[in-house]
Design a protein around this ligand. Structure first.
Ligand SMILES: Cc1ncc(COP(=O)(O)O)c(C=O)c1O
Length: 398
């Protein structure tokens, strides 16, 4: 029997690509993990979550373990609405859909909006899992370069104008991570935020705003695109993975009711009532503003350690952006093929993610690497960058 013959054409095409997550480095034991986009171990609130689980099961017994789950799932919506309101987004209950993480949200949005006729604009570089998702639905992906102030909206405008002049269709969707971007750590300037909103109106496209890191500002988080959205063009996606615990997979979409209803059609009840109920019980226990203040302080210290170590140990030819929040620093090392060098780095005891995986055209990422300051501790970060500096020097001498 030929199993493949049962798969529809689109599925066969998707399966012919690299498997999802193939960018993930297999990290040997003892290696310093400057590759992982995970929260620091000590900042995952396992004690409080344990308390939340006990309280939940004591108060509600079997209820959160059923398909329909507990009333706390509705409370979770209210708790998220409050967080969104504190950042200038007044979202009604009908405009909010809880999902199994931001990834499920992105996948559902792609499912209801994209097909092979759809053109999607993304940043270059961008979050590779989103790229993987979009590629499952369309081949028409166009990239807009990033600089230290995020997506270059002048380039975006130029491309939109060129397409119009050539009679090509407008994009249906623009995917952006405007705040503390993955992988570059950059934040879109206010002026560019307003420019994007103006272009969306002029060229009639939707925006998927991925705000997975938006609550992780060292100082202040900028205005979201959603809070500038007067026309319901923005589908705002958020997540508690980076600020609470990724394994709980709690994310959401905040968007116009009609989008939410359509997304719900496909999500159905395919998420996790128990996880949502625990998250709500956990949020009842904590002062979230205090928590984000602690996270900001700790992550800023780690980011500073990483940036100082880069200045000390990387060659003068290397350059990087200064993140004002989030998890990542994006480094360019001229003359180095970062994919080729990875094995040497792993052998020497440090892991990073080679830049190629964040680009549609992978060759554009050859000289870049993504370093994360979220997971390793300050000592490991300093040592890891020192080792990586030595690996780079020896690579360049070859
Ligand atoms: C930009 C971006 N969006 C979404 C996600 C995934 O979030 P979640 O764990 O909520 O699915 C990540 C995780 O790395 C991310 O970097």
């Amino acid at each position: 029997m030929n199993i493949e013959s049962f798969f529809p054409k689109d599925i066969r095409k998707a399966l012919s690509k690299e498997p999802p997550g193939s960018w993930m480095t297999a990290v040997p034991n003892g290696c310093i993990r400057l590759n992982s986009g995970y929260p620091a171990k000590e900042l995952v609130p396992s004690k409080e979550i344990k308390e939340a689980v006990s309280r939940l099961l004591y108060e509600e017994q079997d209820l959160p373990l059923h398909y329909l789950g507990s009333p706390r799932m509705d409370n979770l919506k209210g708790q998220i609405q409050e967080r969104l309101a504190s950042r200038g987004m007044n979202i009604s209950e009908e405009e909010l859909l809880i999902t199994a993480g931001a990834c499920q949200a992105i996948d559902l949005i792609a499912r209801i909006l994209l097909d092979e006729t759809a053109v999607v604009f993304v940043e270059a570089p961008t979050y590779m899992e989103a790229l993987e998702v979009f590629q499952n639905y369309t081949n028409q992906i166009i990239t807009i370069p990033i600089d230290k102030d995020g997506m270059q909206t002048a380039e975006l405008e130029k491309m939109l104008m060129e397409r119009k002049n050539e009679g090509l269709p407008n994009p249906r969707l623009l995917y952006t991570i405007p705040t503390f971007q993955n992988p570059t750590g950059t934040t879109l300037s206010q002026q560019r935020r307003e420019h994007i909103m103006q272009l969306a109106k002029e060229y009639d496209f939707l925006i998927l705003e991925d705000d997975a890191y938006g609550e992780l500002a060292f100082r202040e988080s900028p205005q979201t695109l959603k809070s500038l959205d007067t026309e319901s063009r923005v589908l705002h996606v958020g997540s508690l993975s980076k600020v609470v615990a990724p394994g709980m997979r709690i994310g959401w979409v905040a968007a116009a009711c009609q989008f939410i209803t359509s997304l719900y059609w496909f999500k159905k009840d395919l998420d996790h009532p128990f996880s949502q109920s625990i998250m709500s019980a956990y949020l009842e226990l904590v002062n979230f503003d205090q928590r984000t203040a602690v996270l900001a302080e700790k992550y800023e210290k780690k980011a500073t350690a990483l940036l100082n170590a880069l200045t000390k140990h990387f060659p003068d030819s290397a350059s990087w952006y200064h993140a004002a929040g989030g998890y990542f620093v994006w480094v360019k090392v001229p003359g180095v093929n970062t994919s080729e060098m990875l094995n040497q780095a792993l052998k020497a005891g440090v892991a990073y993610v080679p830049g190629q995986y964040f680009f549609l055209n992978q060759e554009d990422g050859t000289e870049y690497l993504r370093l994360s300051f979220s997971y390793a501790d300050v000592g490991e970060i300093e040592r890891g960058v020192e080792i990586l500096g030595e690996v780079i020097q020896s690579y360049l001498r070859k």
